[in-house]
Design a protein around this ligand. Sequence first.
Ligand code: BMA
Length: 810
Amino acid sequence: MLLNRGWEFRLVSSREDILQSEIKNTPGKWLPATVPGTVHTDLLNNNLIPDPFYSDNEKKLDWIDFCDWEYRTTFNIDNADYDSIVFEGIDTIAEIYLNDILLCNTKNMFVEYSFNIRGKIKNDANNLRIVFRSAKNIGKKNEDKYGKLTVAHESERVYLRKAQYSFGWDWGPSFPTLGIWKNVYLEKSPECKISDVRFATMSIDDNIANLSLTYDLNGQLQNIDHVLIQLENDEYKHEEKVKSLNQRKNLLHIQIENPKLWFPNGMGEQNLYILNIIVAGKDNRILDQNHMLVGIRTIELQLENNNESNFRFLINGTPIYIKGVNWIPVDSFLPRVNKDKYIKLLSLAKNANVNMVRVWGGGIYENDLFYETCCRLGLLVWQDFMFACATYPKQESFMENVREEINYQVSRLRNYPSLTIWCGNNENEWIWYQQNKVSYKNMPDYKLYHEFIPKLLKDLGNSHPYWPTSPFGFDEDPNSFNSGNTHQWQIWSQWVDYENVLSDESLFVTEFGFQAPANIDTLNKVLPPDQRRIQSEIFEYHNKQVDGPERLVRFLSKHLPLQTEWEDYLYLTQLNQGFALKTCIEHWRTNNRTNGSIIWQLNDCWPVSSWSIIDSDLYPKLAYYFVKDTFSDFLICFKNDENKLDVLIQNCSTEDFKGRIELHLLDIKDCTLIEKKSVEVNIKCGNETKFFQDILTVICSESKTLKIVTLYSAHDEVVNKNYHIDEKWKHISLPKVRFEIRQINNNTIEISTDNIALFVDLYHPGIQFQERGFILLPNENKRFKYVANENVTFNRELLRLFSLNNYLAK
Ligand code: BMA
């Protein structure tokens, strides 16, 4: 029975002087609350605070963080029989009372709490009450007691097992929420309970999958007759009847012939099976049952190859280039994130040819829907444990709290076929090493990631690779190119421009990124009209990195014409982000050394200028489309080798490719066409081929050219496109162009130009276009879809078109 209804909340205590809201006038008044929810969204729903994301309201709302709050509801059970109450998530420090009996003091947002309520529950008018303590106050108290540690951002955060980003990050505001952030329900325990299920693919040899299944049985074991194990999909059912030995711990080896394997996006199909475990009683009653989505696949992390350091993943025995994105929490107020948002964001990742999502350690262990969707879409998951950019406490009570969390989360997540690797934390070792200039082995929490967690994983029968931290390797510097993985933050955060990526020799890059502002509509919603200027206080406020706004200007001025008009600036800075990510990914995909590049970051938790490629309204930025092309299975890339330029095409798909490639060489003086050449291409899957070296060498030595390459399928559809120019964009001129726009129907338009147009973008209030930033050749008709908000219809008059030509035409 779900207990999410009828909740109320009130302010319990605070220092009088800090209260900033109407709540001052009605102390102790009970107000309606939403569960799952947070105190911030409850205050917002009661009109007691303004929108936390608007303008700089964040600053005015920090009083909430220093108050204690109380929630309550009442319920009847109408003669039903329940024996436990379950809280799927409590954020974070709270006392829970049932009929005024204290059930527990909670202290971890990342665990589920379940309590026996026999003898405590009545038939009607049960009273459930939760008193939440200010996380900030508790964190500070612990910090005073145990000492201030080396921490990036708010230092008291490390004393709380609570989403670390909620204290403020370099892309996120500070809203250390509190509340009942997941479901609450009553449960009747089955007579004989299945728990701790672990399903793993041990090996796949000669088309036979060797699987192992372990599960625990608790309760009235003597009542069991047998346990039925079924592994099934639409066409197949494997069934085993295990006669009960009445034992608590159970292990079963299963062999499947010709298994349908699960593959990541781009590598094959996402075949899934349902695993049913059914415990049957002597009288054939079902005592308990468990159903879960599983997949058959092997995962290997290879750290050495031919006696040389390496860092690459093998899925089902085949090496895979990881095309990844880092995932941060989708909102500052987590319970607002609905199913549609998860599915939309992850589908956008898949459509950009992504095959791995890294759940970053400063956020949360995501909900089941997230992992399930990743399985269905073929997105491998790199799972950090939730520790980030800091040194963490080592007191016994803290470690016990962490133990519970890891046991719970590992058991919950390990069976998803998308789960690929566990990682101890985000950047703790690297930050320690940089700040202290001594080995990470001296950090106070060293044992946590190098002994404690590995031991817990071992005890849990873990079969996934474990990596202590990111970045990490076997060198003194955890971020060394020589071993392990790296975070490339020279670029952007150390003020280095993206072109310098060519000297990066990483084996695997787990973070790199480049900032750009959110899209126009997304920003307009939170910026008062007079603040929609590039140096306005509030626009700059919605960039949380030190010198973030200044970096945007500095890197823009390196490559593109500086424009200070609001919408031009948004277009150009977004374009520059696209160039940066494309340059980096092309380098790593073609340097014969790097085995993966995971972009910092896929998404945002509020409207902001950040490294994200999709803004908080789930509208992709321009860079998203550059990433999609550069992560394509058919990569086109210009390679400069000993002063010879080639066009390199990689076929990373699972099929051989037949088609045509067309080169346009344009004189950059006036963009006149010097040469157009088209050749048939035939590239076997997994191969790469070079084209046009001769022509590029001859012509390019004579004149400065803009080169455009288009790859066409056998049906003459554009598969991918790319360009190359030696000069800086800001130094060249482009022709003036006239666009023609045709509306095809109420969700499709077509666009063409009279001359080459570069990086075309469209803006229309309330409309999201599904193609942006493309190159348009004369006489090319580009047709694509758009999605309009409710009550918005496409109006040609409101459409604004952007292209680099706008700024570079003579
Ligand atoms: C890394 C990440 C985040 C951060 C990002 C951008 O340090 O792990 O902590 O937001 O870079 O600075």
